[in-house]
Design a protein around this ligand. Sequence first.
Ligand code: AMP
Length: 622
Amino acid sequence: MSEAPKDEGAYAHAHDDTNTIYSVAEEKNKKFLQFIEEVTANADEVQKRVLAEILSRNAHVECLKRHGLNGQTDRETFKKIMPVTTYEDIQPDVNRIANGDKSHIICSQPISEFLTSSGTSGGERKLMPTTEEELERRSLLYNLLMPVMSQFVPGLERGKGMYFVFIKSEVKTPGGLVAHPVLTSYYKSSHFKNRSFDPYTNYTSPNETILCPDSYQSMYSQMLCGLCLNKEVLRVGAVFASGFIRAIRFLEKHWSLLCNDIRTGTLNPQITDPSVREAVMKILKPDPQLAEFIEGECGMESWQGIITRLWPNTKYIDVIVTGTMSQYIPTLDYYSNGLPLVCTRYASSECFLGVNLNPLCKPSEVSYTLIPTVGYFEFLPVDRNNGVTNCISMPKSLNGKEKQELVDLADVKLGQEYELVVTTYAGLYRYRVGDVLRVAGFKNKAPQFNFICRKNVVLSIDTDKTDEVELQNAVKNAVSHLVPFDARVTDYTSYADTTTIPGHYVLFWELSLNGSTPIPPSVFEDCCLAVEESLNSVYRQGRVSDKSIGPLEIKIVEAGTFDKLMDHALSLGASINQYKTPRCVKFAPIVELLNSRVKASYSSPKCPKWVAGHKKWNINVK
Ligand code: AMP
């Protein structure tokens, strides 16, 4: 079996008979779990077959011919001939496709759209080509999540999921292809919109509320429906932890308006989208008792446990808290009184990657089993310098020896860290995803990986990923505002402050002041804005459109602070010769040390520029 089972119409004959529905669910779950057993037991064979299938289907595509693969489909030849690639390597092909070249450049199937990755290149989101078939594959893999979950939390088919999910703006390439984020692609597709009845995709949010492009209307209507159906909710979530916290924050601001709607059974006039209004009005009924209950809970001074108070049957929170999202765990624990935080999946724009087969484990122990049918996986061993920044320095292109070091899925070693390299059905060949994973164990013959970090990323609040080089450039641009005052930044570091909601970037600056004119606060505010203007489009979108990132803050620290930081590192055993100021700090005592020496702090007075649907197209196609 090389694909996840199809299950369309499994409930077609169940009608409204709940007992039949539950037994169909049980049968279906078994089928999916059996699939996982089989593909993990035969991980290596499946991988071999997947690669051969990808290469034989695409034997005549330009990109494989260019390297002289000549239709060969075996692993050895593929590994010998094909280079390991980064986005910069594939960008010329991506640009040709974006500009309308329909020849078979990377894939024998037509490229149906681009998925915009939150990883950036030159400040813009990366474009990942995809196909109709790949979208279908992804949709089938989403079906694996609930059967796994149901083994640990029975009865989930008897209630609803309250998920706060949203679509984002899309752009059209010059050649007419749509480019949008992967989940937007899924929610807008018929796989989601026209899904047949399934108790596991029974959500409190009507499709229309998810598909509403206006973020306020979408959030408001989803929250309202979630509140109206509060007793039926068995699980709550969002994609990433940051998104779920944003929803709670929204409730903090708007509960009184929401309660008003519930009391009267009428909908806030700010919800103007007719399809959203119609969908919500099917759920909203005057319910003064419920309104009073919600007001009572939300009006209390403490919001500790608000999730379990308002949605009393909730069994877990389904959000990703691995990687940089782990910074939100304490906040989620507070709001949920310690409900299990469940990370179900690991996925990217390149392809769906893996599933957590032990979803009730502690967040720090989460591991993902890569599904061997998704694509062909290789692993580049990583030696991380254990710096505070989690930054990994790796060559952009690999030499022959390093290329040979890439190991197959079935050959990874327990405890070793690797960078993930994928070959997909949609035409990525030996592509470096940029994630670092550690082997935590095995499911049958398939490895299970802890997500360690995103290569090079130092700061992240939501889906933004800022690396050291971008940060450096942004600071460089900002300090030009200090030149007229004969002031310089002698050293700096940064911190992702998630104690505020939304979280925000903090820069600690130590200054050398030679001029006699005091620097007015407005100049530092201009510096804040200049940093933000220099950061990538995902960051700016988070600030402007999603409001998932708060205004950037610059904290001026006393002279000598960075010496103290070095003393601290030396006291912990760092070598004086090798000491480098970390460009990002995470360790609480260091953040405390910096904060204890802050003389003044300034925040961005307004949002940086970001335009929906804007993308600079590189039309200089070679
Ligand atoms: P995107 O291409 O924008 O969908 O982002 C995909 C990236 O998000 C992955 O390459 C990871 O870096 C990150 N990501 C996705 N799922 C997880 C997860 N479960 N845990 C940690 N990071 C994740």
